[in-house]
Design a protein around this ligand. Structure first.
Ligand code: MN
Length: 388
């Protein structure tokens, strides 16, 4: 039995992990969970899975609720609690499905405790790929992506030689605004941005898909996961989301991974440790596939993608600025405080104003994150930056 702990269990990925565990209950044992706002879901899981021993919640009040239904549980609280949960040595595989920068410290903690990780929190690799890579090597842990594109690439690389890779081709659906003109993006509403054509995901990543920031983050994620220079990582818009990504080899062969768009497939592949589990997912019906389109992304139209390449290539503390500025801008967009097209403007401005810190350590990254958030807040409060 593989003992699983899930950080961010109430999110979209967390809940689908639970489904995969349920389908293979003789292979996996859920021992730890964390929730932020959705304490009711945690209580439900605790009742359903007697195997749960460790629970992280956001505050004392929620801790009491957990205690009332089971006083034998180990309960952890707040950000420190996430760190404690990530360091439980009994865990064989930690699923990190936290959203955003907050996932970084728990990932680092798990690695340092020699716990293998299934990583849905791509921000971890975006902001601290240089540190994560070094620690993964030092502690000898496995880091498996739960991201459909990266799972696809990992599958396309099976049994191949790294030196034979010509390019990684990451596919992108293009999101709901693929066919909108740049000036039309000014009037885009939150409701429209939350309507992804193919994938069902959490709110933050759905907005990131509509701006293509998600693809930008994934380019940086791929760079660190697969050790490939940015020049050899291409993005291709493929609106049908059937091919989840591909690898081009030096001999002219291209290997692709295809399937219906369901996150349960990459989740199961990561949970099982790069082996295949039987699933009831629908199979692709090739007879019904009328056309598979491929479009080169317009980097002026989707500047966020261009900025991500720039942040990745320059590296050091700049990817953190890209990510943190985006997290704040998305938050303000969801609160109705800024326009959709301002998300990319805020990221660009924050990157422009940043003083690069070379080879940042964890503390420095936390500081850059904080400063970037403050800066983006100033964009909407003060008149200094020309956004008002
Ligand atoms: Mn993805």
């Amino acid at each position: 039995m593989k003992k699983i702990t899930i950080l961010g269990v109430s999110g979209s990925i967390g809940r689908q992990c639970i489904e995969v565990i349920d389908e293979h209950i003789n292979q996996f044992e859920l021992i730890g969970i964390s929730v932020h706002n959705q304490i009711e879901y945690a209580l439900e899981l605790i009742k359903k899975y007697p195997s749960i021993k460790f629970v992280a919640v956001k505050d004392e009040k929620d801790a009491k609720k957990v205690q009332t239904i089971n006083d034998k549980l180990n309960i952890f609280i707040g950000n420190e609690g996430l760190k404690e949960l990530a360091s439980i040595k009994e865990t064989d595989l930690l699923v990190n499905s936290l959203v955003g920068f907050i996932g970084l410290v728990p990932t680092m903690t798990a690695i340092q405790n020699k716990i293998d990780i299934a990583l849905a929190n791509k921000e971890t690799l975006v902001v601290a790929g240089h540190l994560i890579k070094q620690e993964v090597k030092k502690y000898g842990v496995k880091l498996l992506p739960i991201d459909s594109e990266h799972s696809a690439i990992m599958q396309c690389l099976n049994g191949e030689n790294h030196k034979d890779i010509k390019n990684l081709i990451i596919t992108a659906s293009g999101g709901p605004f693929l066919n909108k003109k740049k000036e039309e993006l000014k009037d885009v509403t939150l409701k429209q941005a939350l309507k992804h054509p193919n994938w069902s995901m959490g709110a933050k990543i759905t907005i990131d898909s509509s701006t293509l920031v998600n693809k930008g983050l994934e380019v940086i994620e791929a760079h660190w996961l697969f050790d490939i220079p940015y020049e050899q990582i291409k993005v291709l818009i493929h609106p049908q989301s059937i091919i989840h990504s591909m690898v081009e080899y030096i001999d002219g062969s291209v290997i692709a991974q295809l399937g219906i768009p369901s996150m349960k497939i990459p989740i199961a592949y990561a949970l099982a440790g790069k082996t295949r589990l039987k699933s009831d997912a629908s199979l692709l019906d090739f007879k019904k596939l009328r056309n598979l389109e491929f479009i080169k992304p317009d980097l002026e139209r989707f500047r966020t993608l261009k900025l991500a390449y720039e942040a990745g290539k320059i590296g050091h503390s700049l990817p953190t600025v890209y990510n943190s500025a985006n997290e704040m801008a998305v938050k303000y967009f969801m609160e109705g405080k800024i326009r959709f097209d301002q998300i990319e403007q805020f990221i660009e401005k924050a990157m422009e104003l940043h003083q690069l810190i070379k080879n940042p350590n964890l503390e420095e990254l936390l500081e850059v994150d904080k400063q970037t958030r403050n800066l983006v807040s100033a964009f909407i409060k003060e008149d200094l930056y020309g956004f008002n």
